[in-house]
Write a protein that binds this ligand. Structure first.
Ligand SMILES: Nc1ncnc2c1ncn2[C@@H]1O[C@H](COP(=O)(O)OP(=O)(O)O)[C@@H](O)[C@H]1O
Ligand SMILES: [Mg+2]
Length: 305
């Protein structure tokens, strides 16, 4: 069964999309079958991996993206996944095993125009369709926007684990606390739709510090975050296994260059990609693979006790 993992926080621009795209690519490079689900209306991950021309076609058609499974509700997830998304200009596959469920700008309509059926809400429709394909993957990663509004709910409801990218500043800590509150509200509201086979609601299992400049000491922000995690653990608001990742992602210009090239960092041939920030992404992927929260049995015991 796939590990379903949502990357979420309450602050934009912390490097969430960069982390999801690059970690997903590292997982695929190791031979895993990976689906990246883009739930951010800004479509950054979709544009990055599909590159602008292919993404533009989907955006203009208003079909073949996350929102089109809800409206006009004629697409199904299994039919609109873009397989082996990373290609060169000749259309040859560069990274077998990395698929994307793309989004386009119309996902914004899920927040207002879309008429949610209280008996069959958006996140339940999405969950049912996701279950048709989850056996095809080892990892399903959700790139969520920085809130718990309707688009994020698609990922949060279906995920079994949550990870929070953070920067070493006070806003990331405040955002973390706010996010936990909003998560609880959503879980209370959606509890009636949860079945035993879905497993328990996902709780935060890790914090990953991102875009760390070489001369910045993150000892104090890390300690503050750890104290907050300990407090939330006592209140059972985060996973028993919640931890700050040992690896932090360093700040490196190659991350921005990779976006322009339409490639994950691991496919940009350069020393930085191999020894520098590329090695950070790989180490985060390894920590994710080994994280105890990935052992569904241990987490459900934790949730039940
Ligand atoms: N490790 C990094 N080093 C340098 N720049 C980064 C790094 N991670 C992200 N960025 C840049 O920071 C900006 C925001 O990153 P992004 O991944 O889009 O964040 P989010 O998804 O949280 O909004 C982008 O321009 C991205 O290229
Ligand atoms: Mg983003």
């Amino acid at each position: 069964m796939a590990r379903k993992i949502a990357f979420i926080n309450y602050k934009g621009g912390v490097g969430k999309t960069s982390l999801v795209v690059n970690v997903a690519s590292c997982l695929a490079k190791k031979g895993n079958r990976v689906l990246l689900v883009d739930l951010d209306t800004q479509s950054n991950a979709s544009i990055w991996l599909l590159r602008i021309e292919r993404w533009n076609r989907i955006n203009l058609e208003k079909r073949g993206s996350v929102y089109s499974i809800l409206e006009p509700a004629e697409d199904r997830i299994k039919d609109i996944i873009v397989k082996d998304v990373v290609q060169n200009n000749a259309g040859e596959t560069l990274l077998p095993g990395l698929d994307v469920l793309p989004t386009t700008f119309n996902l914004l309509d899920i927040e207002n125009e879309y008429g949610i059926d209280p008996q069959n809400p958006h996140y339940l429709i999405f969950n049912e369709q996701l279950r048709e394909i989850e056996g095809d993957y080892d990892y399903i990663l959700f790139d969520c926007p920085p809130n718990i509004l309707n688009a994020s709910q698609l990922g949060v409801f279906s995920a079994n684990e949550l990870y929070v990218p953070a920067n070493p500043d006070a806003l990331s800590l405040i955002g973390f606390t706010l996010m936990i509150e909003k998560l609880l509200l959503f879980y209370r509201r959606s509890a009636g739709f949860r079945t035993a086979e879905m497993g328990p609601f996902a709780r935060v299992a890790g914090i990953i510090f991102n875009s760390i400049k070489a001369n910045v000491d993150i000892g104090v922000p890390k300690m503050r975050m750890q104290l907050r995690i300990n407090q939330f653990k006592k209140q059972r608001l985060v996973s028993n296994d919640a931890k700050i990742f040992n690896t932090s992602i360093r700040d490196a210009t190659i991350v921005r260059r990779a976006v322009t090239l339409g490639l994950p960092v691991c496919l940009v041939g350069s020393r930085d990609a191999e020894d520098g920030v590329g090695a950070d992404y790989e180490a985060v992927a390894n920590e994710l693979i080994e994280h105890p929260a990935g052992n569904a049995a241990s987490d459900s015991v934790a949730n039940a006790s």
